[in-house]
Design a protein around this ligand. Sequence first.
Ligand code: MG
Length: 379
Amino acid sequence: MRWSMGVEIGTTRTLIRLKTDEGLEGIGETYGGEPTGRAVEFAKPFLIGMDPTEARLVVNKLQSFRVSYESNIPLYVVAGIEMACWDVAGKMWGRPVASLLGGATRTEIPFAAYLFYRYKNENGIGGEDSAEAILDRCEALVERHGFKVVKLKGGVLPPQEELRTIKLLRERFPEPCLLRFDPNAAWSVETSVRLLPRMAEYDLEYGEDPTWNLEGMSLVRRDVPLPLATNMCVISFDQIPSAVRLRAIDIILADVHYWGGFLNNLRLGAVCETFQLGLGMHSDRELGVSTAAMLHLAAAMPYMVHAADSHYHDQVDDIITEPFRYHDGCFRLPDGPGLGVTLDEGKVEKYHRYYLEKGSVIEFLDPYRPSWIPNLPIF
Ligand code: MG
């Protein structure tokens, strides 16, 4: 799957098992690879003796390491540990996580049909390199899963072709289908100012990170009548005041992992509501445990009116016993205790062995564009 910074050929995830002295086990999931493993090992001794039903205390303790010059526990690791705490607390009390977060305000969580210009894989799947090919792909996804929202991952083909893709999508999927476009900051301010107004004519729900950083986004927002969303220039609380002052964005994407877990995301929701910023939800190739966490969070965050993103429909397998299935573009909130999902231990073992053989997926390498440098506007 192509994006502005490289190619996603899979996902590497870390599962965190939190065991209590009463014999319960909570599961958390977060980004994978060596740094995660090291951070979890670092966190371990600080967790011994804590009460997993007191997630705020656990998060505070782990987050306190962030004030030092060397941050030993990234927020996405704090999030994975906190996820395991909530899972255990739910199992202990026989309640779903959403109930513990204040209650599920909804049980069907809508998702967007996430569309990528893909390279063809070894099985001949993919190969969308034109507007027409994306249209075919979108038709298949909408037919199969019932999506009501469509998201195009851009920043891959020339901007005019991506504009044409949006045009074809809108013609084929008229309102009330919502359309969103995300080139991951690959467009310059000039290209954004020139082409986004034309995209806006197709009534986009929002443009996501057309260009880089708060200054760039605010320049674009000033001239383009289109709500702008971000999961790139506002990814921590300290960036929100500047974003508000600059009027750089309209919508912030929540994320179970990089915002630092359930409690921090609920806090983000409150901040967005206060400043009348919209709230959506970012995806980073989650497996079933994190997907369940996203559902519990979304259910407990009624202010999140935008459909969540997910890579789930592009993933060929999962490590839970009952993988999620879309109904009318929605996933149903699990109603079992905790996160409500169970690990398929055979699958966990299989993919752990695969990781030991192959290592982490690196999503910043594009074999067809070896000389390409990420993080510069390419158009
Ligand atoms: Mg994005």
